[in-house]
Ligand binder design. Structure first.
Ligand code: SF4
Ligand code: SF4
Length: 467
């Protein structure tokens, strides 16, 4: 079967025949890298300690999947808090839009756990065990590459630790600690979850790597609509760098020779260091995660050839275009960077108001679907209603349901009190039985719902009967 080759480059991480182009970036340990490493390690400490922190007696951050609860710094949202969850998600999206409009993909290169763990945990371990790029390539040719086997063993151990840290955001930290400290036979399901997550992490950080940023992450796909010409990007200053040309001898550094060429000496150091396999000199590309490794590599080269740093660096498309006109200052104030914060403040205000006004329960009492009422052989009239209780409190509750001043009207329901676990919803059909002639046309009654502690409210219901 013949293999068709692409006419143009499809992806920086694909060979023309569609096979994967393996990335083995060389490390450019410059100014940006040392700052990224500092930020990265601070974030690792935060990622690891955050699940252990408590606010108001609750885990600081917990997306409890089993209970369908989201706890953030003391506030808990339940699956039934549809409006609150919607406002929260809108706020998060607006925050991401604003960050991207201002700083482009800087989150990806500096703060995303994918990059942070890969660049500051897994790749340093890889370099420590397998050596530099050439030594790593030599291992490919060995029949039994012991160093590679050692690397995968270490990766597996680190992945198990990280899997437990990761799971502590989705399962209460005490449960995770039990999984870690008790024999697997006592919690086979928990053990299976940790094993699967650890295996996925090892696969991601050991094998999938930059593919996550290049093809899998939806955030990268949104870049083209979220950034504009003023957003911060990593770019190559073609006006200064071109025409590029290799340096062949020391005399190429003389003033006359330098004047004949641009500053780029076509050394490819920026390409060899790029974790996503880009040549930033081809212009802004969506696969760029703004990690600035190419800038660090190029700055080191510029220092060697006695040229100023900054041939590659953080800038904006507008700034690059205007440089010739001498207008370097670029305003951060533009329509989207004003509207997004306004919208964020609005959503945050609504969210705070909604949380403040949220009671410990939400009760709805409506007529059941079907005939409005039924007249029994005895002449009694049955009205059927549907009661729904969302328990928003922090404890499981028993809700007592009673009719207020019902006269001869009887309230019948299968369970009274009605138990509802915290964060859960319960629905129950209830019957209001009125003696013959007690309701002519319409009559309003009041149903009291109380939990004996935090909730006690009256709910109106209209009884219907024959005229
Ligand atoms: S082009 Fe530069 S900033 Fe972009 S991913 Fe590659 S090395 Fe990082
Ligand atoms: S590192 Fe700098 S000088 Fe070398 S190829 Fe890249 S842009 Fe040109």
């Amino acid at each position: 079967m013949s293999i068709r080759t692409a006419e143009d480059r499809v992806l920086s991480t694909l060979n023309p025949d569609g096979t994967r182009r393996w990335m083995r970036p060389t490390l450019a340990a410059g100014h940006y890298w040392s700052r990224r490493r500092l930020v990265g390690w601070l974030l690792i400490v935060l990622f690891v300690t955050l699940p252990r922190m408590t606010v108001g007696g609750k885990q600081a951050v917990l997306f409890d999947l089993a209970r369908r609860e989201l706890t953030l710094f003391g506030a808990t949202l339940y699956a039934t808090d549809t409006l609150l969850l919607l406002l929260f998600l809108i706020g998060v999206f607006l925050g991401v839009f604003l960050l991207t409009a201002l700083y482009g993909r800087v989150w990806c290169g500096w703060a995303c756990p994918q990059t942070v763990y890969l660049e500051f945990v897994f790749r340093p371990l890889e370099r420590l065990i397998e050596g530099k790029v050439k030594q790593q390539q030599a291992l490919d040719r060995q029949t039994v590459p012991w160093r590679r086997l050692l690397k995968w063993t270490v990766f597996a151990a680190v992945s198990v630790v990280l899997a437990n840290v990761f799971l502590a955001y989705f399962v209460p930290v005490d449960t995770v600690l039990q999984w870690v400290t008790r024999p697997p036979t006592e919690h086979p399901h928990g053990f299976a979850v940790v094993a699967v997550v650890a295996a996925l992490m090892m696969l991601d950080f050991g094998w999938f790597r930059e593919q996550m940023c290049v093809v899998a992450c939806p955030y990268a796909r949104l870049q083209s609509v979220l950034i504009d010409k003023q957003s911060l990007i990593i770019a190559y200053d073609a006006g200064r760098g071109e025409p590029r040309g290799k340096l062949h001898k020391v005399s190429d550094l003389s003033i006359g020779a330098a004047a004949a060429k641009g500053d780029c000496v076509d050394c490819d150091a920026c390409v060899r260091t790029c974790p996503t396999g880009l040549d930033i000199r081809d212009g802004f590309q969506l696969e760029c995660i703004a990690c600035a490794q190419c800038a660090d590599a190029c700055n080191a080269v510029m220092a060697k050839v006695h040229k100023p740093a900054g041939l590659i660096g953080y800038t904006s498309q507008a700034k690059l275009e205007r440089k010739g006109a001498g207008r370097l200052a670029v305003s951060k104030l533009r329509a989207r960077t004003i509207l997004y914060p306004v919208a964020i403040c609005l959503v945050a205000g609504l969210l705070a108001l909604a949380i403040a006004r949220r009671g410990t329960a939400e009760v709805t009492l409506v007529r059941a679907i079907g005939a409005p009422y039924a007249v029994q052989a005895t002449g009694d009239v049955h009205n059927m209603a549907r009661l729904r209780i969302d328990n928003h409190s922090d404890a499981d509750r028993q809700y007592h349901i009673a009719l207020v001043d019902g006269g001869g009207i009887k309230l019948v329901l299968p369970r009274n009190p009605l138990p509802v676990a915290h964060g859960a919803t319960a629905t129950e059909n209830l019957f209001l039985v009125t003696p013959a002639g007690a309701v002519r046309g319409k009559r309003e009654v009041q149903v009291q719902v109380r939990d004996g502690a935090t909730y006690d409210e009256l709910h109106k219901f209209t009884l219907l009967g024959p005229n």
